[in-house]
Design a protein around this ligand. Sequence first.
Ligand SMILES: Nc1ncnc2c1ncn2[C@@H]1O[C@H](COP(=O)(O)OP(=O)(O)OP(=O)(O)O)[C@@H](O)[C@H]1O
Ligand SMILES: [Mg+2]
Length: 310
Amino acid sequence: MITTVTMNPCMDKTVTVDTFQYGGLNRVQNGREDIGGKGINVASVVTNLGGMALCTGINYENGGDFIQGKLSDRHIRHDFVMVPGELRTNLKLFDRSKGVITEVNESGSPVEAGSIVALKEKVRRYSRESSMMVFSGSVPQGVGSGVYRELMEECARGCRPVLDAEGPLLSEGLKAQPYLIKPNRFELEMILGEERSTKEGIVEGARELLRSGVQILCVSLGEDGAVIVDPCRAYFAPALPVKVQSTVGAGDSMVAALCLAAEEGRPPAEMLRMATAAAAASVMTEGTQLCSRSDFDVLLPQVSVTRIGE
Ligand SMILES: Nc1ncnc2c1ncn2[C@@H]1O[C@H](COP(=O)(O)OP(=O)(O)OP(=O)(O)O)[C@@H](O)[C@H]1O
Ligand SMILES: [Mg+2]
């Protein structure tokens, strides 16, 4: 089982208008509400691809039943620490005439230290039944940047922690030696403190992070593809040339496929192949919808993986 930890869940509300009028009245043509939060996305893709997932993390007494209801509809197990406050809404406003999305994200209610203690207990419990545990995304107000490090330290032996976060959450989290991290180029450069313009430079930077105890590093490069690096090998896969509908959740789909591949004991080149197919399947799907199994199956044989540095 793959458990995901979502500390900052949300409702993603997407509304479409014909032409967005800045400062004017905008009439909504159609709207759609979906659950969001990076861990929730990862669990949804794991499930779509045929794996078993469980969602834990923080959820809000006010509005949080929306998250639980949708997860139950998808047959995804969930067990959140419920806290006072209201589920935040992330509004995505789609201007149909220009094809442009404007995002307005709420920051969410603050979370107190006692709730983190309760979450540590859930992490301890579910890590005993999980092959991988994914810590991803932002955290609510009032939660310190060391939270992922502290939670990862609660993982039982045999459960591999996976970290997909940015800034201090990532740099602090590295101290707990996650099994796998999936920074994008920007997140990697922030950790290294310098730009990396070539694949070789990225591999070299990734190797520096491997020395801190991470075992596998997948660096996603947006439309330029992704690389995967372990202490002995490095591979590159270009992004597939699919029609881009929405890049929302491409990274999360990638994390889900990496976890499934690792759970199945696949080598890094195969992990990267599956991750690239899942990301492309997510990119070619509209809005906040993610990767489907049928698209994944069609795309998987189209991914080309090459070794770097031979
Ligand atoms: N425009 C695109 N066309 C095709 N594939 C893409 C495109 N953008 C991203 N991808 C695929 O998705 C993968 C992940 O993308 P990206 O590097 O943007 O992740 P991210 O920044 O972590 O995204 P997220 O916002 O989901 O966290 C890429 O490695 C690539 O395979
Ligand atoms: Mg990302």
